[in-house]
Write a protein that binds this ligand. Structure first.
Ligand code: IMP
Ligand code: MG
Length: 431
């Protein structure tokens, strides 16, 4: 298969970055198609840790082309910083290895200021956003007052638009949100640097990708966040402001439906989420703390501690259906070593009734009791396993059950942070 998307089946942080980095070895082009620097992918390569927020995780492989598609929202200053860091490591230094959609929208400092001030005002009812201005930037895109990279070409008209936007945003910031306004002069100056630094990368990425696919290039689409954070199908309003499903590839990269040959769903062997909102299988107390510490479950973008829970098969079934998942990559299996018994949520109980499927909206409004199945754990170290046969029998049994309950075959299993610490059963590019 030549066009593959990787999507999260939970609330993000499933370990997509590691899987994308691994698959990128067999791809020619890696593409981001939604979200912004609210995403953060932690990769461990050659013992060194890298955090990528905007640039696709293909960046660490020489000679791959990295593309940021039109469906993303891009903080230009954050992008410049990320590119500088990557260049410092000798990544993406050849001409033409990085392309930015001229049609992508920019996240501006006033978006960040609005995001943070709104969250602060909400107090206990806050969404728990990353504070990077993602929601306000998508709002402006839909309100048709957003600024796109293409607008930088005519800087005079760009500055006028920026000044108009800022006048309105500053009124809102001061009068409604009681927050500090953003200076128009400072921002216009900053945008001159953005224009100089990023213009060389601008391109019609949709046409570029269409041509590349026609030529038989292998393209990997890197989803950000997760199915339950999807604006339509997630646990609204505790979601992000973009569509995180595989179908977002078509709008967000500008490709025709049918372009995608396989969707790899990524799921942790347990569940986590950051921010507010429902979490039926949440584990509080000592066991949750232990998994958080052993799994390093702190946000790569914000450092916030992640909430921890048991594997929820109701959610992965839903994600498999919504994304048309071809195979499941189960990550962080090694973190469950030593926990006995292990629980898997197989269905929910709502008002005394068993439900195998729940509209995500109802997750927010109903009191939900998870129905668990218990499986025996294992004590053996799994981090050196490179084939299913290297895993303890109970770990294999646990994986089998996750696969049965999710209705998807397992394609990969992660047993450690490093690129090599992966059992690859089925690589979609080699299929
Ligand atoms: P926003 O995307 O910053 O607006 O945040 C909205 C919700 O999505 C919050 O609960 C965030 O914690 C969550 N979120 C956004 N991006 C990610 C991600 O990459 N991983 C996990 N949670 C995320
Ligand atoms: Mg993340």
């Amino acid at each position: 298969m030549k066009t593959v998307a990787v999507v999260g089946t939970q609330w993000g942080d499933e370990g997509k970055g590691k899987i994308v980095d691994l698959l990128a070895a067999d791809a020619d082009i890696v593409v981001r198609f939604q979200g912004g620097n609210n995403a953060a992918h932690t990769l461990v390569v050659g013992g060194e840790k890298f955090i990528l927020r905007l640039v696709p995780a293909g960046a660490l492989h020489e000679g791959k082309v990295c593309v940021i598609g039109n469906g993303t929202v891009v903080d230009p200053i954050a992008l410049i910083e990320e590119l500088d860091k990557l260049h410092g490591h000798g990544c993406l230094t050849s001409d033409g290895t990085f392309k930015l959609a001229a049609g992508a929208h920019m996240v501006m400092p006033y978006h960040r200021a609005i995001d943070r001030a709104r969250e602060a005002r909400l107090g206990g009812r806050a969404i728990g956003t990353t504070g990077f201005g993602i929601g306000p930037a998508y709002e402006d895109k839909m309100a048709r007052c957003g600024l796109r990279f293409a607008d930088l070409a005519d800087f005079k008209s760009f500055s006028e638009k920026l000044a108009r936007n800022l006048a309105e945003k500053n009124l809102y910031l001061k009068a409604v949100l009681k927050a500090k306004p953003v200076s128009v002069e400072g921002l216009t100056e900053q945008m001159k640097t953005v224009r100089r630094r990023l213009t060389p990368y601008l391109c019609d990425t949709a046409a570029y990708l269409d041509e590349a696919i026609a030529k038989g290039r292998r393209v990997l689409f890197e989803g950000a966040h997760g199915t339950m954070l999807d604006i339509d199908h997630g646990t609204y309003p505790f979601v992000t402001s973009s569509s995180c499903l595989a179908s977002a590839v078509f709008a967000g990269a500008g490709l025709a439906p049918g372009t995608l040959e396989a969707v790899l769903g990524i799921s942790k062997a347990y569940t986590t989420r950051v921010g507010g909102g429902p979490f039926p299988t949440e584990i509080k107390g000592r066991l949750g703390d232990r998994l958080r510490t052993e799994g390093g479950e702190f946000g790569s973008a914000t450092g916030r501690p992640r909430r921890i829970g048991w594997f929820d098969a109701v959610l992965t079934r839903q994600a498999a259906r919504l994304n048309g998942v071809w195979g499941l990559a189960v990550t962080k299996l090694d973190i469950l070593t030593g926990i006995d018994p292990l629980k898997i949520c197989v269905a929910y109980e709502i008002k005394g009734r068993r439900c195998d499927r729940v509209p995500p909206g109802d997750l927010v409004t109903h009191k939900i009791k998870p129905i668990y199945e218990e499986l025996p754990g294992w004590r053996e170290d799994t981090s050196q396993a490179r084939a299913l046969g290297d895993l303890p029998a109970n770990a294999r049994r646990y994986l089998r059950r996750l696969s049965e309950l999710s209705g998807v075959e397992i394609a990969m299993v992660g047993v450690g942070a490093a690129r090599e610490a992966t059992i690859v059963l089925n690589n979609p590019f080699l299929n």
